[in-house]
Design a binder for this molecule. Structure first.
Ligand code: CP
Length: 311
C-alpha cells in the first residue's frame, strides 16, 4: 500500500490498514536500530525542526534520535529559550520556519489544534507531538506497536485506560488507534476524570478499578495531569492511590496475567505502585524503545517514500 498523508495530526480517522502499514514500517526500522551501525541515509538532505512549546523528555529525545538515525538535519526549538518569550506569535514563528525552508515540523503545544493551525501557515509536513488535551498520535502508535509485539493480533484485546482520561491526549489517540485495530477499549477513573464525550466513544466505562481489572487484558495507566486542571478534581493523592492506584496486590487478586503500559512520566506511588512499574508485567521501557522506531516510520512515510524496501 502507499501512505498518502502529508501530516500526522492525530489517529482519529486513520484506517486499520494505514496504522498497520505504519507499524510494519516501524518494525523494519526496529531491525535497523539493532544493527551495529543503527543509521540509514533515508532522510539525508531533509531538514526537520522540533518545535516544543511544552516540556517533554521522552517524545523530544525520541524524535531527535529518530531523526539522527534517518540522517536528517535537525533543529531544536524550545519555547522557554526562544523569542516566544518576547511576545512573538505562533503565526510569526511559523512564517520564519517557512522562510528557512524546513521540510518537516514536529510540534508540541499546550493548545489543542496548534499543529493544525501550522498546517494552514506553512508548506512543511506537520507531526503532532501532543497538543493540549487533543491527541498524541506517535505515543499511541508506539503503544500499539508494543502491544502488537506481545499479542500479535489486537482484535478483541481488552485494553483499559486508567486514570485522568479527561485531560489526556494519550487517551484519545489510544482510543482511536485501538478501536481502528479492532481492540476493545475500557476507561476507568473517578467520574471527575471522565470526559463528557466518553459515552460516545463506544468504550466500556468503569468507576471501580477491580471491576476494570477483571475485564482487562491490558491496563494503560495515566498520571494525573495537574497542569491541565483548573480546579481540584480529587481529594488527596493518598485517596486517589487507594481507589485507582494500580498495585501488585490488586493484580494478584484478579488471578490472571495483566500487561501494564504507561506513557510516562510516572508518578510512582500515585497512579502505579513503584515496584509494579519496574516489574516484568510492565512494558514501559519497551514502549520507549519502540518510540524511536515508530517515529522513524512516521517521518519516513510522511516524507513521501512509498516502499519499505532498501533502508
Ligand atoms: N509520553 C510523553 O509524551 O512523555 P513526555 O512528556 O516526556 O514527552
Amino acid at each position: 500500500m502507499t501512505f498518502n498523508r502529508r501530516h500526522l495530526l492525530g489517529l482519529e480517522g486513520l484506517t486499520k490498514e494505514e496504522i498497520s502499514y505504519i507499524l510494519d514500517t516501524a518494525e523494519s526500522f526496529k531491525e535497523v536500530l539493532s544493527r551495529p551501525i543503527p543509521k540509514v541515509p533515508t532522510l539525508r538532505g531533509k531538514t526537520i525542526v522540533n518545535l516544543f512549546f511544552e516540556d517533554s523528555t521522552r517524545t523530544r529525545i525520541s524524535f531527535e534520535l529518530a531523526q539522527k538515525r534517518l540522517s536528517a538535519d535537525t533543529v531544536n526549538f524550545s519555547a522557554s529559550t526562544s523569542s516566544v518569550k518576547k511576545g512573538e506569535t505562533l503565526r510569526d514563528t511559523a512564517r520564519n520556519i517557512e522562510a528557512m525552508k524546513i521540510d518537516m515540523v514536529v510540534m508540541r503545544h499546550a493548545s489543542a489544534g496548534a499543529p493544525y493551525f501550522l498546517t494552514q501557515c506553512v508548506e512543511a509536513s506537520i507531526i503532532n507531538a501532543g497538543d493540549g488535551q487533543h491527541e498524541h498520535p506517535t505515543q499511541a502508535l508506539l503503544d500499539l506497536m508494543t502491544l502488537r509485539d506481545k499479542f500479535k493480533d489486537l482484535s478483541g484485546l481488552k485494553v483499559v485506560i486508567v486514570g485522568d482520561i479527561a485531560h489526556s491526549r494519550v487517551a484519545r489517540s489510544n482510543i482511536y488507534g485501538l478501536q481502528a485495530m479492532g481492540a476493545k477499549v475500557g476507561l476507568c477513573g473517578p467520574a471527575t476524570f471522565m470526559p463528557y464525550e466518553a459515552e460516545q466513544w463506544g468504550t466500556e466505562i468503569f468507576y471501580n478499578l477491580d471491576e476494570a481489572i477483571e475485564w482487562a487484558d491490558v491496563l494503560n495507566v495515566l498520571r494525573i495531569q495537574l497542569e491541565r486542571q483548573q480546579k481540584s478534581l480529587f481529594s488527596t493523592l493518598r485517596e486517589y492511590h487507594n481507589l485507582f492506584g494500580v498495585t501488585r496486590e490488586r493484580l494478584e487478586r484478579a488471578k490472571k496475567e495483566i500487561t501494564i503500559l504507561h506513557p510516562g512520566p510516572i508518578n510512582r506511588g500515585v497512579e502505579i505502585e513503584s515496584e509494579l512499574a519496574d516489574s516484568d508485567s510492565a512494558l514501559i521501557l519497551a514502549q520507549v524503545t519502540n518510540g524511536v522506531a515508530a517515529r522513524m516510520a512516521v517521518m519516513y512515510l510522511l516524507s513521501g517514500f512509498k516502499t519499505t524496501e532498501n533502508f
